[in-house]
Design a protein around this ligand. Structure first.
Ligand SMILES: Nc1ncnc2c1ncn2[C@@H]1O[C@H](COP(=O)(O)OP(=O)(O)OP(=O)(O)O)[C@@H](O)[C@H]1O
Ligand SMILES: NC(=O)CC[C@H](N)C(=O)O
Length: 551
């Protein structure tokens, strides 16, 4: 992941980062830190733009130092992201450099027309947050991709500030919405407080969900029961196709991490052992060179409330009884059987309560502006999982584990599958209550709010460890296919136990898991991360998920 920061200040005075913010940005991008200052006009009282990037270098054969500057025009790009495709074509080499060329060419056309730059930005497929300065037109562009897979925050006041991460004290920052791309005209005023961001839709078609696809709201005729969703259903093969394409972009051509050997892991899976992440591990194994290890990172927490209920058990026993630890071990064993030639490494991350407490203040800053107990408990699990430090073992069984820190800088997360394919209990409840119309409303809501609810927050806590999390289920092509698919091709609440013995929730993915030889994983029940890893409700008492962390 990279860190980006942009500041528009008055009187030609450049912005200086605070030591805390600089540290947090460096954590996101340990390979390089660069700053570019741009005085917009020599006149006294004019605005100054200070752009800073830190880089975690993951694309191409060299470190692309940022901010990226076009030598001829002086245009500047801060790029935190992975452009997998530009105008539908896969990107070879470094993507940040390719995006700068694309934007520079667009900004140089039609006398710096905003429209051609926006058109170029709309043609990027992949997760990103960016800041782009068109010096000639004195215009700043910024935004997050349509799903909001990368964080970007804004703070307005005497200075106009954009940043991947908030500055402590964190008050005043708001997430930039992933609902479009924003521009600010810098020559309209001498006062940063008066700058007015203008939003431009990612797509003018308002019927699209997350500006990606038209949600298929078809309902089967009420008198007819739909045909069961089985291994023969076309959506199973289509899902395999889309997931393969998505994974190829995300796990191939990952550079060897610094200090790593050829056989060390470049990719790790955030591994609860549940259906979504285990399918990713299984399919990634078919693509990654066989001699390379794949790390499976499984986090479990010491939870004093649960310890008090099980006074006879040791802390180590309690870690092993964590629901995700048990599922993780089971799925590790299944992966080892199905792909015996792969070097799988199961990495157990056990987090003592003291350590959770010691990191609490930092975590509260990192997740800001999210600020509920539930945000904290989810983020806490992701934070320690992404740190990737624990005990590693190369074969199932408890004996051969030794201290280990993952070498991988790329982490895979299974997030998104529940929203796309109907994996939550809510979906079953909606179907029971109001049939397909109720289920469809629920699914549509979930896909539309994915980025807003989770992704900015999750990016901020996981990038902290100089790693980049990638979401194969949130590939634009896969999401488009999934939202355009009829609901009964994703899950099958109409035919429970009739023609297929797998659970109805996200059955299409269960069928795919089964076809990949993962019968046990195909039957796993959904368990939210904060309960699976036991970060929720650490103290007995009445703290609710919705309780605010900061008054
Ligand atoms: N205990 C854990 N240890 C490590 N990573 C985890 C853990 N729990 C969840 N994750 C990661 O976070 C992702 C999203 O978590 P979420 O709670 O939404 O689970 P999920 O959607 O049911 O996925 P899965 O079926 O993979 O558990 C998971 O797909 C996995 O990559
Ligand atoms: N990880 C990042 O966001 C860095 C930007 C770019 N993808 C690179 O690898 O150089």
């Amino acid at each position: 992941m990279c860190g980006i920061h942009g500041a528009v200040t008055a009187n030609g005075r450049p912005h200086r980062l605070s030591p805390v913010l600089e540290r947090r940005l460096r954590n996101r991008g340990p390979d390089h830190l660069g700053t570019v200052e741009a005085q917009l006009s020599p006149a006294e009282g004019s605005l100054c733009v200070t752009l800073t990037s830190t880089v975690l270098s993951l694309r191409g054969d060299h470190l692309a130092k940022q901010p990226l500057v076009d030598a001829e025009s002086g245009f500047v790009l801060c790029w935190n992201g992975e452009a997998w495709k530009l105008r539908g074509n896969p990107v070879e080499g470094n993507d940040g450099e390719a995006v700068l060329s694309l934007l520079t060419a667009a900004a140089s056309r039609d006398q710096g027309s905003e429209d051609s730059v926006l058109d170029a930005l709309r043609s990027i497929d992949g997760p990103f947050a960016f800041i782009f300065l068109d010096r000639r037109a004195k215009r700043l562009y910024y935004g997050r991709d349509r799903l909001g897979r990368r964080s970007l925050l804004l703070k307005r006041g005497d200075e106009f500030l954009l940043s991947s991460i908030a500055e402590a004290p964190a008050e005043g920052w708001a997430e930039v919405e992933a609902d479009g791309c924003y521009t600010v005209q810098l020559d309209a005023t001498d006062s940063p407080a008066e700058l007015v961001p203008v939003r431009h839709d990612w797509d003018e078609n308002k019927d699209l969900v997350s500006s990606i696809g038209i949600f298929n709201a078809s309902v089967p005729a009420s008198t007819v029961t739909t045909a069961p969703l089985t291994s023969q259903s076309p959506s199973v093969e289509q899902l395999r196709h889309h997931l393969t394409a998505s994974l190829q972009l995300r796990v191939l051509n990952v550079p060897r991490p610094p200090m790593a050997e050829m056989s060390d892991a470049r990719v790790a899976v955030l591994f609860s052992g549940g259906l979504d992440c285990t399918v990713l591990a299984r399919m990634a194994s078919d693509m990654i060179p066989p001699e390379q290890a794949i790390d499976l990172i499984n986090v479990a927490f010491e939870n004093p409330r649960i310890a008090a209920q099980n006074a006879g058990l040791s802390t180590d026993e309690l870690y092993e009884l964590c629901p995700d630890r048990m599922t993780g071990r089971k799925s590790f064993a299944e992966l080892s059987t199905v792909c015996p030639d792969r070097r799988w490494r199961f990495v157990t991350v056990n987090v003592p309560y003291d350590e959770t407490c010691a990191h609490r203040a930092e975590l509260i800053d990192l997740i800001y502006p999210h600020n509920t107990e539930m945000d904290l408990s989810i983020a806490c699990a992701l934070y320690f999982a992404a740190r990737g430090q624990g005990m590693g073992q190369l074969a199932p069984g408890l004996e051969a584990a030794e201290p280990y820190s993952t070498t991988a800088r790329v982490l895979l997360s299974g997030l998104g599958a529940d929203e796309l394919f109907g994996g939550y209990v809510r979906h079953a409840t909606a179907f029971t209550r109001s049939g397909y119309p109720g289920l469809i409303d629920e699914l549509k809501l979930d896909v539309g709010r994915l980025g807003k609810r989770n992704l900015g927050r999750d990016d901020r806590v996981m990038a902290h460890w100089s790693r980049e999390v990638r979401f194969p289920y949130l590939d634009e092509s896969l999401v488009k296919w999934a939202v355009e698919l009829p609901a009964w091709e994703k899950c099958d609440f109409d035919n429970q136990g009739n023609g297929c013995d797998l659970e109805p929730e996200k059955r299409v993915l269960r069928l795919l898991a089964e076809s990949l030889g993962m019968r046990s994983v195909a039957t796993e029940k959904k368990r939210a991360i904060q309960f699976g890893a036991r970060t929720a409700k650490m103290e007995s008492g009445k703290v609710k998920g919705t309780t605010l962390l900061l008054p």
